[in-house]
Design a protein around this ligand. Structure first.
Ligand code: WQD
Length: 335
């Protein structure tokens, strides 16, 4: 049974990928500093999976900690989530973002090289495409950064492109991950007021926030609001498993979009979430948000051709799973 190191495995996408890797028959070691993960995530993962999480608390900038993991475990491949991911925060803290996201990747690569481990799945983002009229976006679209966060993702991809065989790298460009695990025991759990649409709507649905601000209704889209390619986090997790399996089986790398190819507007998401939670959700049209583009959707074919990946869950599934998660959290907090 192949053993996988999952950096950032206690985070939102990392925890869902952890479960998908177990389901696929992998052994997994989770490496996380819990800078963006609640301390009870490993307990919840154990509750869902019925087995203890093999957890190592550590930071990807800590070379000695990484060396110790590779010394203690026969690791066959790595899925690297541990990074900072907030666009706005990266504008305020560019050096911290470059240190963690680029320095952390380089530290991990050096430890992998030393240990003779050369299979890596890298968490990238549609943000590497910048603002573009080309929609849906193919993987060969030029990369351009619009924030320090986006720069760190492009830099990460370019670093990985320098690695010769026998390195085999899977670069996965996520579009808009949303939703929660079918168990409703894990999901997106932002520490403060969310920047992203669905976790913000979720807090309106639970009553923690009073109304959603819709950032512009004058875009050149069917209803005037922004259109994005939302993908269920469980589909996204499965994409990581397929990427890893392709690397382990073929030793060949790939760069693919992970999206549905379908776009949904802000108001369509509000309507889907209203259906999921059973009440009309209040919103107010506000000015556009700086840096937003009208439409961002993926060309999804390459992931299907190379990995056999296809997103299966609908926007309704995404909203229902998110509502089950956040409403369960509120009930537990009351009990
Ligand atoms: C979606 C739509 C907003 C909040 C971001 C990052 C990207 C990636 C995914 C890391 C847009 C509108 C939002 C709100 C709104 N992260 N909106 N009111 O901006 O597409 O992508 O997250 O890789 O790098 O940029 O996602 O959820 O912030 O916005 O109207 O309170 O919802 O204008 O049209 P985005 P988002």
């Amino acid at each position: 049974m192949a053993k996988i190191l999952l950096t950032g495995g206690a985070g939102y996408i990392g925890s869902h990928t952890y479960l998908a890797l177990l389901e696929a028959g992998f052994e997994v070691v989770v490496f996380d500093n819990f800078s963006n993960a609640k301390p009870d995530v490993p307990d919840r993962l154990q509750q869902i999976a019925g087995q203890a999480v093999h957890l190592v608390r550590g930071d990807v900038l800590d070379r000695a900690a990484l060396d110790a993991v590779f010394a203690d475990h026969q690791i066959d491949g790595v899925v690297h989530f541990a990074a900072k991911k907030a666009v706005g925060e990266s504008v305020a803290q560019p050096i911290d973002y470059m240190h963690t996201n680029i320095g952390g990747l380089l530290t991990l690569l050096a430890a992998m090289e030393e240990a003779g481990v050369r299979r890596l799945v890298f968490s990238s983002s549609a943000t590497v495409y910048g603002d573009t009229e080309v929609q849906p976006i193919p993987e060969d679209h030029p990369r351009t950064y619009t924030s320090p966060y986006a720069y760190t993702k492009i830099a990460g991809e370019q670093i990985l492109e320098q690695l010769p065989a026998p390195w085999a790298i899977g670069i996965l460009r996520y579009f808009n991950p949303v939703g929660a695990h079918r168990s409703a025991l894990i999901g997106e759990d932002p520490a403060d007021i969310p920047n992203n649409l669905v976790p913000y709507i979720a807090k309106v649905a639970t009553g923690e926030l009073s109304e959603l601000g819709v950032f512009g209704d004058d875009y050149n889209t069917p209803d005037g609001t922004g259109v994005r390619d939302y993908i269920h986090v469980e589909d996204l997790a499965r994409g990581h498993v397929l990427s890893l399996q392709a690397l382990l089986d073929s030793g060949k790398g790939h760069t693919v979009n992970l999206g549905t190819g379908e776009g949904s507007s802000v108001l369509e998401v509000v309507a889907a979430y209203s259906d999921a939670c059973g009440r009309a959700l209040p919103y107010r049209i506000q000015p556009r948000r700086d840096g937003d583009v009208a439409v961002l959707t993926a060309r999804p074919e390459k992931a299907r051709e190379l990995l056999g990946f296809e997103a299966t869950r609908s926007l309704s599934d995404m909203c229902r799973s998110s509502w089950a998660w956040v409403s369960g959290q509120i009930r537990n907090a009351r009990d």
